[in-house]
Design a protein around this ligand. Sequence first.
Ligand SMILES: Cc1ncc(COP(=O)(O)O)c(C=O)c1O
Length: 382
Amino acid sequence: MPRQIPYGHQSIDADDIAAVTDVLHSEWLTTGPRVPQFEKTLCDFTGSRDAVAVNSGTSALDIAVAALDLPPGSEVITTPFTFAATANAILYNDGIPVFADITADTRNIDPEEIRKKITSRTRAIICMDYAGHPCELAEIRSIAQEHNLRLIDDACHALGAEYNGKRLGTFADMTIFSFHPVKPVTTGEGGAVVTNDSTLAGRLRLLRNHGIDRDVPHSPEQGWAYDMTLLGRNYRLTDLQAALGTSQMRRLSKFLERRNQIAALYREYLQDVPQIVLPHVQNGMYHGWHLFTVLIGKGNRDTVYADLKEQGIGAQVHYIPIYRFSYYRRRFPALVPDAFPVTENIFGKILTLPLYPAMTDDDVAFCADRLRRSIRKTGGSR
Ligand SMILES: Cc1ncc(COP(=O)(O)O)c(C=O)c1O
């Protein structure tokens, strides 16, 4: 069988397997002592006071928006160039997603476009660190402060990425991570919200567990008593997943180093291909390289994608802009692609190449070589 290279893949080693096996021999399968242990690891790594681990990045986004307790119909400004979950979290909580266009170089939300979208109904901003490149966090935070808006950073791509020498996790009111297998570390499925705000942390803990509060006054005979104080969900992470997460976190710095090496190799192999635009990294950023994307001359991206696929290379397109989905078009007919010229231009050309820590140098050379050949064959222009 010809070699198959997916765009992303987990790295599981014997320590990970032993950590999960230990849990299987223990008393706890669902949320037990491994979850707070994992949360502490996340706090230590990101420098945030609290971490609330849940069963997916999507769940983390959902309870983060819920924790803000926004009035129904509140507008939340976000990027259209993200995974659907970022904007869906606003809808789950009866908010209205308002999309602001991105910048061409980083594909992150453009602070100037955020300013244009602020109205009297705006209550929050959700930015997203595309591909692992931190967004303009200082500027976005100052916009949020200026307009009294809450800020959520969807850093599902960017655990370990640094903005001006500081890891993501404390720039926004809440920062979101995902532990899906293609992400910087994995728990199978999983996610977390980290925050320095203890009130929000308390709400997040309630929201992930049905809104159940066991800390209620009761007589000794009524040890079973609890209250339900918020409309929560069951988004609990299991100890099996948390043990895997803690074990994976020990190798995160190595994973990031390897991701950076692979990105450098791609750059070296592809820098002289005039039909390709390589990804830009702003000064002062440590890139998480969740995704390595190239822009390919308009018109032949899909041909190149199909050609690579035929050769076992799982290139991808990140992302189909959210306003293009039929659900969003039905619900928000006024949303038109023409309103997002930068996103549309990037969407028409972008292609994600495989990148994950277990890729060998030879895998990277193979993907780069096949991409060069494919571009030569299909001949696009920049
Ligand atoms: C930017 C972004 N936000 C949110 C999510 C949702 O994370 P999960 O798959 O863990 O639910 C993803 C996952 O792909 C993502 O890429």
